[in-house]
Design a binder for this molecule. Structure first.
Ligand code: FES
Ligand code: FES
Length: 156
């Protein structure tokens, strides 16, 4: 069936079964491959996107459930020429090793910083509870998010 979903500020039509995971529609129908397939079971966070301001694991939500909602994927975070402070900070702190988890972590971090630009370590850890990084870059990710928050507060 044809469904219209709103992705990165634009209405986009996808041909999909109502139960198709949003992640598949994003990647396979719309070519937005920044959201990654990790476990497919809602357990790793590699597929995280922001829906109506909240981080959501897109492998775990049917595409029909997001009709009428605003979906933001990592593709809308920034560009090479105009990176989001989170992207700049991840590079500066070398917060990615293989990078497979990075887009999901960036989106969870963005959802946090959009509502709290001065998070504590505990608040950052809580926001990233649903995101796994098997490369063990957690401390660098934490530093990067704090660095981006500082930038967003205009302190560096
Ligand atoms: S692929 Fe969605 S949580 Fe792992
Ligand atoms: S950098 Fe490899 S899984 Fe996180």
């Amino acid at each position: 069936m044809a469904l219209t979903i709103h992705v990165n500020g634009k209405p986009r039509e996808v041909q999909a079964d109502a139960e198709t995971p949003l992640l598949y529609a994003l990647r396979n129908d719309l070519g937005l491959i920044g959201s990654r397939y990790g476990c497919g079971l809602g357990q790793c966070g590699a597929c995280t996107v922001i829906i109506d301001g909240k981080p959501v694991q897109s492998c775990d939500v049917p595409v029909s459930a997001v009709v009428g909602k605003q979906i933001t994927t990592v593709e809308a975070l920034g560009t090479d020429a105009a990176m989001h402070p989170l992207q700049q900070a991840f590079i500066a702190e070398q917060a990615a090793q293989c990078g497979y988890c990075s887009s999901g972590i960036l989106m969870s971090a963005k959802a946090l910083l959009d509502v709290n630009n001065n998070p504590s370590d505990a608040e950052i850890r809580k926001a990233l509870q649903g995101n796994l990084c098997r490369c063990g870059t957690h401390s660098r990710i934490l530093r990067a998010i704090k660095r981006a928050a500082k930038e967003l507060r205009g302190e560096q």
